[in-house]
Design a protein around this ligand. Sequence first.
Ligand SMILES: [Zn+2]
Length: 104
Amino acid sequence: MKMMNQKKLKIGYKEYEIVRKDEVIDLPNECYGKIDYDNEIIEISTKYSQNQRNATFLHEMFHGIFAKLDRDDLRNDEVVVNQLATELYMIIKENPHIFSMKDI
Ligand SMILES: [Zn+2]
């Protein structure tokens, strides 16, 4: 039986490992999280709240989606990535029933 790997995020042919760290540095700054496209790693800083970590995870996920789509213009647009992550996170949080599919 195949087990779901809870610590991986598959985006296309890439399988990003999700790593929690005490401190995430994207030189020269400390940050909430970061994505390494080549080594397929998403780092999430544990310094911040669970809400912040979840939003950060979605933020890095959108970077990964745009990388997969070869949309480097969007991948590098921190404003767009941030807005998508924040809006999606709020919708998921405020509408927990939608993913049960019973209401669609
Ligand atoms: Zn970013």
